[in-house]
Design a binder for this molecule. Structure first.
Ligand SMILES: [Zn+2]
Length: 264
């Protein structure tokens, strides 16, 4: 069946195709990613996620539909809850900038499919300018760097949230469909009380390693999806906590950091 905006995230299509966020989920915790896919532990929809979806829906031109499908964003009086009123302000801030508007004026939610390392991929471009560029809209907390506990280092928010990987996947799948390597831009807005905006260009050289990583791990993740190999547990995420089974007491002598329990 042809992919469209209605069935893009259906279980069937999530199983058939890998996508940028699905790849990121597997990279974070294979066991949790699989449990999300097979419905045993679906990803929680937080307010922060829903505010992002609200802004996405505005740019898709589907805000009325979104409001109808999410009555939880309204108060009992039928007014928007504070965080969604703020989402409206975020949108107005971005709409006030001519350059932001221009980058977001492409064809909306354009779907492409292709293959990376032999694995079927699907992408959905927020604002596609044929022959010119690929633009992805991101509504983030702020533009500050983020602490990466696993690698004990701070990373800029683009790298931390896997946007280089997403850019590499999008550029490659668009190339397979059009024969053109198009520049990738992020149209970013923050959820700060005074929203910040930026159009961020990611030079192609930053996407080389990201694409290599996607090529390296896609076959493994696909095998996990189809039950051919068992997923690894990260030990620290909500799913791993929820399914943790104690086997023996933890020896305090081995406790060096707050993350000590994670590898048990
Ligand atoms: Zn985990």
């Amino acid at each position: 069946m042809e992919l469209n905006n209605e069935n893009y995230f259906s279980t069937e299509n999530q199983m058939q195709y890998m996508g940028a966020s699905q790849f990121g989920a597997f990279l974070k915790c294979e066991a949790a990613a699989l449990a999300d896919l097979d419905g045993t532990y679906p990803r929680k929809v937080t307010d922060a996620l829903l505010v992002g979806s609200y802004v996405d829906a505005y740019y898709e031109g589907t805000l009325d539909k979104f409001k109808a499908e999410h009555p939880e964003i309204l108060t009992q009086k039928g007014e928007l809850k504070a965080q969604y009123k703020h989402a409206d302000e975020i949108i107005q801030r971005a709409e006030r900038d001519e350059m932001f508007k221009k980058y977001m004026s492409g064809e909306k939610q354009v779907i492409f499919t292709g293959k990376i390392a032999g694995i079927p991929y699907k992408i959905k471009v927020d604002s596609y300018h044929p022959d010119k560029c690929i633009v992805d809209l991101k509504c983030v907390k702020d533009f500050d760097s983020v602490w990466d506990g696993k690698n004990k280092t701070r990373k800029n928010f683009i790298e931390h949230w896997g946007y280089l990987r997403q850019a590499a996947i999008y550029q490659e799948i668009v190339r397979q469909n059009t024969g053109k390597v198009l520049p990738f831009y992020i149209a970013a807005i923050t959820k700060e009380p005074e929203p910040n905006i930026e159009i961020i260009y990611i030079p192609d050289e930053y996407l080389v390693d990201a694409l290599k990583q996607v090529e390296e791990f896609s076959p493994r993740f696909n095998m996990i999806k189809h039950g051919e190999i068992k997923p690894e547990r990260c030990g620290g995420c909500d799913y791993c906590k929820f399914t943790k089974v104690l086997k023996e007491p933890f020896n305090y002598a081995d406790m060096t950091t707050a993350e000590a329990f994670e590898d048990v």
